[in-house]
Design a protein around this ligand. Sequence first.
Ligand SMILES: Cc1cc2nc3c(=O)[nH]c(=O)nc-3n(C[C@H](O)[C@H](O)[C@H](O)COP(=O)(O)O)c2cc1C
Length: 169
Amino acid sequence: MDAMTTLYSRRSIRLYNAKSVPGNVVQDILRAAMCAPSAGNERPWHFIVLTDRALLDEIPKIHPFAAMLKQAQTAILVCGDVALEKYKGYWALDCAAASQNILLAAHAKGLGAVWCGVYPTEDRVMNLKKLLNLPEHIVPFSLIPLGFPAEVKEPVERFDGSRVHDNRW
Ligand SMILES: Cc1cc2nc3c(=O)[nH]c(=O)nc-3n(C[C@H](O)[C@H](O)[C@H](O)COP(=O)(O)O)c2cc1C
């Protein structure tokens, strides 16, 4: 799939079949995540690969919009390490860029994925930190279930010329 086709056709996929995501595919996706740009090349991220069924089943109890984890065999929790931040406040933007790379790489690899928001919703951050024993300086940012898709979603055209401005507003 070429890059523009990947961008234009990515959708949030929330239904997955029972097939496990191979480890080498997860590795390729993480490599793509770490290709993301970051402020001053600070790369303040860590990635927790979740495959433990008990943990995956526990998360929807603390995240109201992550019920799809009960079906997913794998999920990636993108975390920010505030101790690695060179430019204050930029860690979250860097983690967002990495999260988007994960979504696009998953789609390019034929997987379905969806960004489940964690940061800055305080109770989700706090409860995930507790569940996964994250150290103080590690902030869970986004949770991305991965799986072989059990739903088909058509691309949507979202180009809106009214949001584009020439030179001045
Ligand atoms: C910051 C952020 C948080 C999101 N949180 C959730 C979530 O908690 N659960 C969910 O099912 N989808 C979540 N989404 C996915 C959006 O609902 C989805 O991207 C949007 O409806 C557009 O649909 P599409 O991704 O299929 O183009 C989130 C997306 C973003 C960027």
